[in-house]
Design a protein around this ligand. Sequence first.
Ligand SMILES: NC(=O)C1=CN([C@@H]2O[C@H](COP(=O)(O)OP(=O)(O)OC[C@H]3O[C@@H](n4cnc5c(N)ncnc54)[C@H](OP(=O)(O)O)[C@@H]3O)[C@@H](O)[C@H]2O)C=CC1
Ligand SMILES: N[C@@H](CC(=O)OP(=O)(O)O)C(=O)O
Length: 358
Amino acid sequence: MTSATLPPRKVGVLGCTGSVGQRFILLLASHPSFTLTAIGASPRSAGHPYAFKVSWKQTSPIPASAAALIIKTCEPANFADCDIVFSGLDADVAGPIETSFLEAGLTVFSNSKNHRRDPITPLMVPLVNTHHFGILDHQRKQRKGTMVTNANCSTTGLVVPLKALIDKFGPLEAVTVTTLQAISGGGYPGVPSFDVLDNVVPYIGGEEEKIEWETGKILAELNEARDEFVHTEIKVSAQCNRVPVIDGHTACVSVKFAKQPAPSVEEIKQAFREFKCEAQELGAPSAPKQAIIVRDEPDRPQPRLDRESEGGYAVVVGRIREDPVLDVKFVGLSHNTVIGAAGSSILNAEVGVLKGLI
Ligand SMILES: NC(=O)C1=CN([C@@H]2O[C@H](COP(=O)(O)OP(=O)(O)OC[C@H]3O[C@@H](n4cnc5c(N)ncnc54)[C@H](OP(=O)(O)O)[C@@H]3O)[C@@H](O)[C@H]2O)C=CC1
Ligand SMILES: N[C@@H](CC(=O)OP(=O)(O)O)C(=O)O
């Protein structure tokens, strides 16, 4: 699918100095249609040029187009000229700040957990459920502005292969997932080096509950009146670990299909390879050509080798095999700050613009 012509939009980034914010700055610097006009962070950073205040941790340099931008406080008036405001705010402050932007009539695409459970706000993974934009007419009757959230980063890497399986083989009865999550997922400076080097930490606060709950909303149907998400009944059991990897979350997944007999390993590989989503069909510029990449080598995917696949916008799966307890198991790998965070928001926004909604 070739890229569609995406109409230009002015965009802003809240939380521009953070782990997710830095990824927004990088991705937007080379974006064909979105122009970054305003950036915001805490009052500690506001009033200074971006390059002066950010503790830049990306492997490519700070884009020249962002380096001299002056960081603003996160007040709606400072972002009034933005068609889209992307938020990578610390969850401790994101709730009221994002609400104030909504009340000012702005359009917010948020990475934070604060509004994900709001019943009229889409929880959107761009490779999975962009049809949830259908609730925006209803949302806009109740609010001045517009809010779309994206999912927890580990949930994102899980639901893409699950959606491919459900589309092809019907409902899933049970899913178990064990994650190995990169340290950039905890923001900067995140987990102290003394805790994470030479170690695995088997606890990430709130993460397991998020994976177990968010999956049902992302895979929900939008009802006929387009005013309610009917959550998918799916039993998910998650165990989450922090590992000494910089970027890229790994997920070891087992699934049981409702319909028996379960599909074969070869049928599952084919379903992953054939999986297509609306972002691709619309020609969104950031959509990966291949949403799910299947690796046949016995030791892939690996974070260092596979996280940049399709610029970080794809999910890489491997080790697909029968599971003697459930039906089938596999390993998935997704870039937590690209398809798991900033890239997800950008691709959601591209789809919204291409649908004429933003
Ligand atoms: N990292 C990841 O992989 C993922 C993160 N998320 C979510 O995205 C959000 C950002 O995460 P991450 O980038 O990791 O976090 P960081 O801690 O790295 O960055 C937080 C950002 O919030 C800003 N901030 C803090 N306090 C205030 C304030 N009082 N007013 C305005 N801005 C403030 C910081 O600015 P300053 O530098 O000035 O303090 C910084 O820009 C979080 O809600 C997180 O849960 C979601 C999916 C994946
Ligand atoms: N908790 C995730 C990142 C994150 O911030 O998730 P959420 O947006 O769901 O709070 C991680 O540590 O890797």
